[in-house]
Design a protein around this ligand. Structure first.
Ligand SMILES: [Zn+2]
Length: 278
């Protein structure tokens, strides 16, 4: 059944209260929708559970400072995360993330300095991207068992990175959007995110119908980046979307937030991997 424009809008704006999990001392959210998939391991991490020093406390997964100590600390946290989720750290792929609209298709561990999305059908090839307000997205194709993790800041969102990711899965493995599901993790909400008119215009132009996805408060645009990405996925034909209701800037005890900390902060992660044995 074809959904009407109103149905799509309602779906894009619907958010759910996700489960907070604890495993191996690490605290992370899981999407109820993706949790139903036996062959997939996934997590949206929080800042809780590690020993990263200030201002990166406590479970920083990003290479924030260009020092050996910071690199080792992020690396130790990535190892702990993989261990807690039974994912293979030696094959973990962490792309460079440059706020681009590029998603790479991979079949083995690959160095990817300048992409913001990674997709694969390989088992035992976990993918990690990191965030502090930007939108973490995991897409899964149910028939061909492909997974894709995307980083969408406002630039990536305006450039339609998730739409490009869906197209990549179509091109590489003839995946069908209607067999895809997606989870959109904790990100900065429209409660805490103000932008200028130019950014607002670019974000609005990234979907066919942006009404209601950008809220105006005293004439200042407050875009809902999660909803705009959800709308792009729905317009591309993705069947089910699961969106977290958590705003990263509203919960500084739980999440790293670029806006809340004026840029001096760590990174939480979105990680996903296809299990070795289904
Ligand atoms: Zn907020």
């Amino acid at each position: 059944m074809r959904l009407t424009a109103t149905d799509l809008k309602q779906k894009a704006l619907t958010k759910g209260n996700w489960t907070l999990n604890e495993k191996g001392g690490i605290t992370f959210f899981t999407s109820p929708l993706l949790s139903q998939i036996d062959s997939l391991t996934h997590a949206f991490t929080t800042r809780v559970g590690g020993t990263s020093p200030e201002p990166l406390e406590w479970f920083n997964l990003g290479r924030h400072w260009n020092t050996e100590e910071s690199r080792l600390d992020a690396s130790a946290n990535r190892i702990r995360l993989c261990e807690a989720l039974s994912l293979n750290f030696s094959r973990l792929v962490v792309p460079g993330q440059v706020h681009s609209a590029h998603t790479a298709w991979i079949s083995k561990p690959t160095h990817l300095p300048d992409v913001d999305g990674v997709a694969t059908v390989e088992r035992d090839l976990p993918i990690l991207l990191h965030y502090a307000d930007c939108v973490p997205i995991i897409i899964f194709e149910q028939h061909l068992q492909a997974v894709c993790v995307v980083h969408a800041g406002w630039r990536g969102t305006a450039a339609g990175i998730v739409r490009g990711a869906v197209r990549l899965l179509q091109q590489e493995i003839s995946a069908k959007p209607e067999l895809m599901v997606a989870a959109i993790g904790p990100a900065i909400g429209d409660c805490c995110y103000q932008v200028g008119d130019d950014v607002s215009r670019q974000l609005g132009a990234s979907v066919n119908d942006s009404e209601g996805l950008i809220r105006f408060e005293n004439e200042i645009p407050h875009p809902d980046l999660q909803a705009i990405n959800a709308m792009q996925l729905l317009e591309a034909g993705v069947s089910e979307i699961d969106v977290s209701s958590h705003c990263t800037a509203c919960h500084p005890d739980l999440f790293y937030s670029h806006r809340h900390s004026a840029g001096q902060t760590g990174r939480q992660g979105a990680i996903a991997g296809l299990k070795l044995n289904k």
